[in-house]
Structure formats: C-alpha cells, structure tokens
Ligand binder design. Sequence first.
Ligand code: ACO
Length: 328
Amino acid sequence: MASVVIAGVGSYAPQRVVTNAELSRTVDTTDEWIVSRSGIRERRIAAADEACSDLAIKAAGAALADAGVTAAEIDLLIIATVTADSPLPSTACLVQHRLGIPAHATCFDIVAACSGFLYAMEIAYGQLLTNRYKRALIIGAEKLSAVTDWTDRTTCVLFGDAAGAAVLHKVDTPNVGILGSDLGADGEFADNLYVKAGGSRAPASAESVGARDHFIRMNGREVFKSAVRVMETVAREMMEQHHLTADHISLVIPHQANIRIIEALAGNLKIPMDKFYVNLDRFGNTSSASIPLALDEARRAGRVKPGDLTLLVAFGAGLTYGATLIRW
Ligand code: ACO
C-alpha cells in the first residue's frame, strides 16, 4: 500500500502592506467596518511589475528547498490561478522555463478559484499514485489586485496577492500524507462571483474597459451563505468517510475569506476555533494561494506534528468547493 505525501511547502507574499486605514482614504469605508464584517486588517499587494508567475516562482523555490528537491526532478507542474500572467500561454509554461523544470514535464494551469489548490492536489495525487509521474509541484498563485476594482468598496477590501506551493511524491507506506479528498462544483451559483469581460462571451473592448467589466463582481451575502453550507458538507463527508470525529482533527486550514465564515463553519462542525488556522487578518483573501500560504505558516509555527490529522477545506467562485484530509 502506497501513499502520496507532502514533501515540502513554501509561500511568498509581496512586500507592500496595504492597511484598512490606507483603503479608507480612497473608498468610503472604515477599519472598523472591514474588521467587524470580515476580520481583515491588512493585505499584501504586488508591485506593478510583479505578475502571477513571479509570485509563483518565489513560492515554488521555497517549497523545493523545503523538500530538498531540485526543479530538474519535477515532472508534473500544476498552477491553480484565476489571474494568469496572460490568457496564453499558461503561467505553468512560464514558471517551468524560468525555474528550470525539464521540458519533458507536464505543465498546465487550472481554474477553480479559491478551491484551486485542493483541485491541483487531487489531480497530482491521482497521477503520482498511479506512477504516471514521480514528483509534482503544485502552486496556488494570485495577483487578485489586477482584477480588483479599487473603486468598489464591497470587494476591494477583501482581496490580496500571494502564492503558496507544495512538492508531492509517492511513498511505500500506507495511511500517511493525503488520505482523501472530496471536491465539488455547482455552476448554478456561477452568477454570484465572476469577471464579466475578457473571455469569449464578452471579449475585451473599449466599452468593456469603460464599464469596468474586467474586475471581480460579487454577491457577498449569497457567497457567504453558500460558503458555510458547502464547506460544512464536504468537511463532514471527509470525517465520516474516515470514521473521524472533531476530536481526531488537530488542525483545520480553511480558505481565508472571512472570519465570520470560518466561525460559522467551526460552530456548525463543533470544532473549537483554536483548531482553525487563521491568517486572513494579515493577508485577506488570496484565492488559490490562501490554503498553501496558511499551511506554510502553520507548519513553521509548529502547528503540524507527525501523526497529526489536518483538514483543508475550501470554497470559491464556480461555485467550487472541496476538503482534503492529511496525516503528517
Ligand atoms: N465599507 C463600508 N460599508 C460597506 C462596505 C465597506 N467596505 N462594503 C459594503 N458596505 C455596506 C453595504 O453597501 C451595505 O450597505 P446598505 O445596508 O446601506 O446597503 C452594508 O455595508 C452591508 O453590506 P452587506 O453586503 O450586507 O455586508 P455583509 O455583512 O454581508 O458583509 C461581505 C459583506 C464582507 C462581503 C460578506 O458578505 C462576505 O464576506 N461574503 C463572502 C465574500 C467571499 O468570501 N468571497 C469569496 C471570494 S472567493 C474567490 O473565488 C475570489
């Protein structure tokens, strides 16, 4: 019996810190409103010349070093992002070339919004377990500031830029590493969180730019309700499938969107809040980077010990969602 384990984790957040006070000088908001409604106090914003691939490369370098692996040993690269450097080519190809991952590697991007890192992990898990590849690098990287409408107070206070990465490989030991995943997608809720223009439905035009249609639009209340519902469902399913109660879970790493969503999830699952890792106060919502960024911090903070069970749980635009159970 074999398993797929996380051999290394790394992350990167841009230097520039933008506080709620700074935002309140440009849009009609307050630190008090943002903190009480979301829990977010500040976020990192990438430099103008820093794109998704630049963030991804820094996180990937840290994950490779943590795993003690060189880029030459990677044969599968998956980047989860909704903010690729450009529509073509994939950001994965740019990262492959700049990191020095061999040209025979399989490299591609996936779009699953904030659930993207868990989707990437599930794909890599299956490919490694069936011996199709030896070593996978999975990255969640986002420059959400590039698709944020900085004049819209209902969204701009929520998002930030970052990247997180993990190196995965197979081991001949049963019951360690990724124990299972439960992913889902429900396009019925697609209209609650979207970017209207820039694709084949509404190609970029002077009108679409004028209408600010290249920025994220969101029905926050509906996203909130769906988020709590789907994350509770997949987290419960994951625990039931593995015959676990809340007591068995040492740490939950939820997608970092809103502290009230996390508190509602914790209450519904009856898992105490001190078992939830939270860093959204410092980074805001970084979409597919949020879980690996939090995972990297949690490991460095000593929140993950051998034998521990960690539950990763996410939701995002789509509506996508998922939960992944890991034994360290
Ligand atoms: N500052 C001050 N007031 C604001 C702000 C702001 N930044 N934003 C909205 N308001 C106002 C609204 O206009 C509204 O005013 P009104 O009552 O006069 O109409 C009032 O505050 C309340 O607005 P609500 O939307 O009801 O506030 P709510 O408590 O729902 O909080 C929030 C809004 C924080 C967006 C919440 O709904 C939320 O977190 N939703 C989930 C968002 C999310 O997780 N998105 C995930 C994105 S994932 C991805 O894939 C990128």
